[in-house]
Design a protein around this ligand. Structure first.
Ligand code: GLU
Length: 376
């Protein structure tokens, strides 16, 4: 039996594929170090576990409101000046938020402009909404506002940005964001801002969340996640913040798609927000140390830009590739020979690069790079 043309247009998630491959090798007794998947190392905070457990024991095991628990939605917008509870929906990770956003803003044939390299799921999610991703190269991992403007056509619905960026770790400066904001206003577009890594900006650099841009609120949709900020990847709690009309459409879609996000997991997420007194400086310092160590070790092997945020390095490996060898071939060689998993750049829309996730234990980071050094 044939499957739909829609699903025939997409590739499976390569990050998920690599994670499975590594898990299989590890289950077979192989000592593989994974620097492939972007999943922060470390435990979930005790107050989050306690609140989740208490919610379970308290009978919070039934359906909850489609757009999410009211107190959780309220807590998410409490620090924001231009948004209220009606502007938020809780989703199964920000992955589902992004998937649903393209479903509600794209008609078949509409275009979404995406700077590349980009996260593996963006283009496929746009295609699943019947849209066409228009990939625009970045310059030294930074936005090229003129190129983005040139990519806008009559079918463009949105520009999608992601800062701090997965896979490059780039953080976009305020001036560039202002330019993009002006552009989407002039051209009547949505701006989708994936801010899953907002908690990871290093060297005391300022970080601009687009939620602060008052003039954008009628066309801005921001996504965020508890996965990276609170080590809660398996809880699957994310969210979208946007205009009431978009949140209402996302809620209608969610009522047929997933119903609600796991009720007791949402109580855990609420405890995570309530437990946080301002930014978590200690955690940030730990990640910055990992960033510094990873950058130093990677720079000895490859041409590398120091990431200002997130927890990825994205080195250019052209100098390491034999004629005809792709980054995917190279990553497979590293997996088989060094037993170190990294992601090939092709997963993120560019060739001749690797993505190395450094959010692992210090021990795994050291051993991983030792193995790479030996092989290379
Ligand atoms: N976002 C993470 C990554 O890029 C997790 C895996 C995924 O959902 O793609 O590795």
């Amino acid at each position: 039996m044939e499957l739909s043309a829609r699903v025939g247009r997409i590739e499976p998630s390569r990050t998920a594929h690599f994670a499975n491959l590594v898990a299989k090798m590890q289950a077979a007794g192989e000592n593989v170090i994974s620097l492939a998947i972007g999943e922060p190392h470390g435990p979930v905070a005790p107050e989050v576990l306690a609140a989740t457990g208490a919610a379970l024991l308290d009978g919070q095991t039934r359906y909850s409101a489609i757009p999410g628990l009211e107190p959780l939605r309220a807590a998410l917008v409490a620090p924001l000046r231009h948004h209220r509870t009606e502007n938020v929906i809780i989703t199964n990770g920000s992955k589902q938020a992004l998937f649903s956003i393209f479903q509600v803003i794209c008609n078949p044939g509409d275009e979404v402009v995406i700077p590349v390299p980009c996260w593996v799921s963006f283009p496929e999610q746009v295609k699943l909404a019947g849209g066409n991703p228009i990939l625009v190269p970045t310059v030294n991992h930074q936005l090229d506002p003129a190129a983005l403007e040139n990519a806008i056509g009559p079918r463009t619905r949105a520009i999608l940005i992601n800062s701090p960026n997965n896979p490059t770790g780039a953080v976009y400066p305020d001036e560039d964001l202002q330019q993009i904001a002006a552009l989407v206003r002039q051209r009547g577009l949505y701006l989708v801002s994936d801010e899953a890594y907002a908690a990871f900006v290093y060297d005391n650099q300022p970080y601009t969340s687009l939620t602060g841009f008052a003039e954008l609120t009628d066309r801005l949709i921001v996504t965020g996640s508890f996965s990276k900020s609170f080590n809660m990847t398996g809880f699957r709690v994310g969210y979208a913040i946007g205009p009431v009309s978009v949140i209402k459409a996302l809620t209608d879609l969610q009522s047929h798609l997933a119903g609600n996000v796991c009720t007791f997991a949402q109580y855990g997420a609420l405890a995570a927000l309530q437990g946080r007194q301002g930014p978590d400086r200690q955690r940030l310092a730990t990640f910055q140390k990992k960033r510094d160590a990873a950058y130093q070790m990677a720079s000895e092997l490859f041409a590398c830009v120091k990431p200002a945020g997130a927890f990825y390095l994205f080195p250019d490996i052209s100098g390491r590739l034999k004629r005809g060898q792709s980054a995917t071939d190279f990553a497979i060689r590293l997996l088989n020979e060094a037993k170190v998993a990294v992601m090939p750049g092709e997963a993120f829309g560019v060739e001749n690069h690797l993505r190395i996730a450094f959010a692992v234990s210090d021990q795994d980071l050291m051993t991983g790079f030792e193995r790479l050094r030996e092989i290379l």
